[in-house]
Design a binder for this molecule. Structure first.
Ligand code: HEM
Ligand code: SF4
Ligand code: SF4
Length: 520
């Protein structure tokens, strides 16, 4: 219920952004990639700052001050970019989490990315908080004292850490160097974790499109020039900090430390992390059967490996003695049952006789043979010149209510589940005069890459290609997403008007013998 509302909210907002940015540049479609991008900006600007940074307690503040003012055009901008990119990282990561959850892309076989993403959050915060510490101004003093007092409530350190900040003499250069070390080492661990995070996603989107990358960098640079990141007054442990400007992206929990006991907050954050990590099993997704390989029908072409979005197939040495060198093997743990592999397999063609239609790789609960049967059933009784078959992916616009005398519908798991030869089959064998495929909006495929592969297959730039003999004026693609009912209705009306104008032959007259074979 809550998730359905959140999903609708994302759908509506993303449609507005699609219109403003175009689907290709829509930031919602590249949140993970933007996360990587902001991480690299933080890393690059951090390296620059480190060159001029002095790690001593006394010199730290002065060195940051001279970076900010002495070379405002370079170091100052770098410092501000370092801060703004860190803030932007927090924003995109939280929207990324909310979006994956709202669109139910985190359960079942997809648990891995979610589970490995959760600790990244802690790393982001440790990096951010330790960064504020290094400036050694009044804000750093506040953060250092509050953090160490909070750490001490855990009761796991032999000596209270907060003692280091009792007064100026208590603070040692060694402790300060430790913080610099943390601030540099944690991002490296974070990088490793971010890499693990995307290991089960093939062709992971790690680079935002150029326009989005340049646009966000330009915006942050302008912000850096207009509102540069500045230090507070230097830290002074002999006085108490009374007021500071907090960075709400990283430090918003700190005011709570004045109100709630530290241990409660540990329990809240620790418990929250555990619950968040367990989300993929709360409740668990009922997984449909995973893809299966039929060795006698697999020729080892590896197209399914190239197209599987979840690294769920690999090629291994042939085990059945056939002449081919390799065979496809499915890793059941990674498979999300999207059917995109079946859509890629050259053996999945409806032109094969019905009795022999077994694809090299297929979904056991929704085989290519079933798809063929459903196609024939949906088109069997269509009437008129403008007979249209609509293939719709499960996450695309609703299609069932459009079914009628001249319109048949078939649901697919994903648009990438449909072998393009089905469109050829339906049109050239006269089962319908035209075909529509309706799917998720570009960049928002529920199974990551199904829509993209489908578009490339239809454009004949990716195997298996839609054959050139298919009259293109009779095939329409509608990538309008689950809320795109109106676009689909409009496209159907236009296609039917076009088909009526073409004066097409009647199916029964045109291909009676062929139809009898197809239905056999
Ligand atoms: C710095 C932090 C993070 C970065 C840079 C990042 C980046 C990415 C990238 C690049 C992808 C692949 C997107 C694609 O190609 O479709 C991805 C997927 C995913 N991320 Fe993250 N992520 C981060 C944090 C998180 C966190 C904290 C969570 C959740 C707690 C999370 C949950 C997911 C999930 C569930 C997917 C898989 C989506 C799918 O299966 O389609 N990520 N992330
Ligand atoms: S696409 Fe089909 S034929 Fe090619 S390797 Fe995969 S299962 Fe075998
Ligand atoms: S159904 Fe096929 S393409 Fe989809 S995840 Fe499973 S093996 Fe990969």
């Amino acid at each position: 219920m809550v998730r359905r509302f959140a999903k609708q909210l994302f759908e509506r907002t993303e449609r507005v952004f699609d219109a403003a940015f175009s689907p290709a540049w829509n930031p919602f479609h590249h949140l993970g990639a933007l996360g990587w991008y902001f991480f690299w900006i933080v890393l690059a600007t951090g390296i620059y700052l480190y060159i001029f940074f002095d790690t001593g307690i006394i010199n730290a503040y002065q060195s940051v001050d001279s970076i900010t003012h002495g070379q405002w055009y370079a170091g100052g901008v770098m410092r501000s970019l370092h801060r703004y990119a860190s803030d932007a990282l927090v924003v995109v990561v939280f929207v990324h989490i909310a979006r994956e959850w709202a669109k139910d892309r985190y359960r079942g076989a997809r648990w891995f990315a979610w589970f490995t993403g959760v600790p990244v959050l802690w790393f982001i915060y440790i990096c951010g908080i330790s960064g504020y510490w290094l400036v050694w101004d009044r804000l750093a003093q506040y953060v250092a004292i509050e953090t160490t007092e909070w750490l001490d409530t855990l009761g796991i350190f032999g000596e209270p850490v907060a003692r280091n900040f009792l007064n100026g003499e208590a603070l040692s250069d060694r402790f300060f160097t430790l913080m610099v070390f943390v601030h540099i080492l944690v991002p490296l661990f974070m990088l490793i974790l971010m890499w693990i995070h995307i290991q089960r996603n093939s062709h992971a989107d790690m680079n935002p499109p150029t326009g989005l990358a340049v646009g966000t960098l330009a915006t942050m640079t302008v912000l850096s020039l207009l509102f540069p990141a500045l230090s507070h007054a230097p830290a002074n442990l002999d006085t108490v900090v009374t007021s500071v400007n907090l960075d709400w992206f990283y430090l918003s929990a700190y005011p709570m430390l004045n109100v709630l006991p530290g241990r409660w907050l540990w329990a809240a954050f620790g418990g929250g992390t555990v619950v968040l990590a367990l989300f993929p099993w709360l409740p668990r997704l009922r997984r449909p059967p995973v893809a299966e390989v039929s060795l006698p029908n697999c020729n080892g072409c590896a197209r399914c490996v190239a197209d599987c979005p979840f690294e769920a197939i690999e090629m291994r040495a042939r085990t059945d003695g056939l002449v081919f060198e390799q065979e496809a093997v499915v890793d059941a743990g990674n498979c999300v049952s999207c059917g995109i592999c079946a859509g890629a397999c050259p053996t999945a063609t409806p032109f094969r006789r019905a009795g022999g239609l077994v694809a090299g790789i297929d979904l056991p609960d929704f085989t290519v043979a079933t798809l063929r049967e459903q196609t024939l059933a949906a088109t069997a009784n269509l009437k008129g010149e403008a007979r249209v078959l609509i293939y719709g992916c499960l996450q695309g616009p609703p299609i069932e209510r459009l079914a009628g005398d001249s319109v048949g519908t078939v649901r697919l798991r994903c648009s990438g589940h449909l072998p393009p030869s089905f469109i050829d089959f339906v049109i050239t064998r006269g089962h319908a005069s035209g075909v529509i495929i309706a799917g998720c909006r570009p960049g928002d495929c529920h199974y990551r890459l199904g829509g993209q592969w489908a578009r490339e297959r239809f454009a004949a730039t990716r195997d298996p290609r839609l054959r050139a003999r298919v009259p293109h004026e009779r095939f329409v693609q509608v990538w309008s997403g689950i809320a795109g009912k109106r676009e689909l209705e409009r496209a159907l009306k236009q296609l039917q008007a076009r088909l009526a104008g073409l004066g097409l032959y009647r199916r029964a007259e045109a291909a009676p013998a062929q139809t009898a074979v197809d239905n056999a």
